[in-house]
Design a protein around this ligand. Structure first.
Ligand code: 5AD
Ligand code: SF4
Length: 435
């Protein structure tokens, strides 16, 4: 049957959707040209904030109304459980984030409705990839055991499980043979790789840095990225990997959430403002151009103007290259859901806007410092905004655009490496010229 998958949420969901696509193709189904052409549509859902969940449920409702065989997968399914059929009585199937491997069988059986919330299992298809692209996600750590007060993820994605290092190395070697130039290793808190269960049979040191070193030795692979990180994982060993392994990109997404020690303690983040800033300093001492990006929540219960100003000043001190700001959204069953959501919506909005404006100015300032430098870029195709421009990314995950040459013969291949000189800077984008 012709199918398509619609994905909401983080890279983990993007990766899971790819696995489902590979499993469906292996089961003999065919990718539809688009949604209209599809007989089956699978919606991969997110529940990190209420709005995200609403989007996936709304989308599924529309697909059901359009007569599609509609299935949902992902985080919102696990959170809602059987209630999902109260919202969507005609939904055909719903599977949790660690049960997506069952989808081909559910479709083959064709007996709807089906609900499979799944256990803490490793899903089938964990290592399945689709068509050869030059970039690939590889999940290394499933689940999360951090239990931050506001976060629904541990409830929906289950306990941490580190995939065996040998399996990951084999998978990445295979991808590199197929022409993949860049891998991004995924985990909710990827630096906890190998903490809860052993990742190596023969090694008792820090598991994640060792994994990075081994992956660095794979021929043909140009770049290794990973996300997301926690400052506790920024150990000397990790820093020495950055120093020794040029393939490991000097970019770290290090969600801070708040700059107020009081709020950080309430959130259960297990670091102070000072410890967080020390981790950033370690990265920037190694390389002043080290790109550090973050997530911040505004309007956490009880967040005062003073707490907010602490967040604002931390962001300035950390000099983030980019940041993602989220308005607090209470999630049922989390610890903070028991607290009064007392910061008014307009105030959350205001704090969001203030931090966004700060980031624009800071992003521009940081990018301007790169004008005149040379960056190594992997080619990503025409720019999304202007088709007469080419676009690529440097190791710091910075987007760089440049004029497409008049003569496109002998053109670039996707993922090809080239060197650009930066000639102009914007808050989110650099402009370059090939050298
Ligand atoms: N409300 C708002 N933002 C949240 N995040 C996680 N849980 C919530 C919530 N309940 C944000 C965090 C996290 C990002 C993926 O989403 O900043 O890093
Ligand atoms: Fe990703 Fe979290 Fe959304 Fe799940 S709930 S898709 S883990 S962001």
């Amino acid at each position: 049957m012709k199918f398509t998958i619609h994905t909401y949420g983080c890279q983990m969901n993007v990766r899971d959707s790819e696995a489902v696509e590979a499993l469906m193709l292996a089961a003999g189904h065919e990718k539809a040209a688009g949604e209209d052409d599809a007989e089956i549509v699978i919606v991969n859902s997110c529940t990190v904030r209420q709005k995200a969940e609403e989007k996936a449920v709304g989308k599924s409702g529309n697909l059901i109304a359009a007569g599609k065989i509609t299935g949902m997968m992902g985080c919102a399914v696990k959170r809602m459980g059987a209630d999902i059929f109260k919202r969507l009585p005609k939904l055909h199937f719903a599977v949790g984030p660690r049960a997506f491997g069952l989808i081909p069988k559910i479709v083959a059986d064709g007996k709807y409705p089906v609900l499979e919330l799944g256990e803490d299992a490793v899903p089938m298809g964990m290592d399945a990839h689709t068509e050869t692209s030059w970039q690939s996600f590889v999940t290394v750590l499933l689940g999360c055991d951090n239990r931050c007060s506001y976060c629904i993820v541990p409830d929906v994605r289950g306990h941490e499980y580190s995939r065996p290092a040998r399996e990951i190395i084999a998978e990445v070697s295979q991808l590199a043979k197929r022409g993949v130039k860049e891998v991004c290793l995924l985990g909710q808190s990827v630096l906890r790789y190998g903490v809860r269960n052993k990742a190596w049979d023969d090694y008792a040191g820090e598991a994640f840095p060792r994994l990075l070193r081994e992956l660095s030795a794979i021929d043909g692979l140009e770049r290794i990225r990973f996300t997301s990180a926690h400052p506790k994982g920024c150990t000397d060993e990790l820093i020495s990997v950055y120093r020794d392994c040029p393939k490991v990109c000097r970019h770290l997404h290090l969600p801070v959430q708040s700059g107020s020690d009081r709020i950080l303690a309430e959130m259960g983040r297990r670091y102070t403002r000072e410890e967080y800033l020390a981790a950033v300093k370690r990265l920037r001492d190694l390389d002043p151009e080290f790109s550090v990006t973050t997530d911040v929540i505004v309007g956490y219960p009880g967040e005062t103007e003073e707490d907010f100003e602490d967040t604002r000043s931390l962001m300035q001190e950390a000099s983030f290259d980019n940041s993602f700001i989220f308005k607090y959204s209470p999630r049922p069953g989390t610890r903070s859901a028991a607290l009064l959501d007392d910061v008014p919506q307009e105030e959350k909005e205001r704090r969001d806007q203030v931090l966004l404006a700060d980031q624009e100015a800071r992003g521009l300032m940081r990018n301007k410092r790169l004008v005149g430098t040379r960056r190594e870029v992997l080619f990503e195709g025409p720019s999304k905004r202007k088709a007469d421009r080419y676009s690529g990314r440097d190791g710091g995950n910075r987007i760089i655009v440049w004029d497409r040459p008049e003569d496109c013969s002998g053109d670039l291949r996707l993922g090809e490496k080239l060197t650009l000189e930066v000639i102009d800077a914007h808050p989110q984008i650099l402009v370059g010229r090939p050298v």
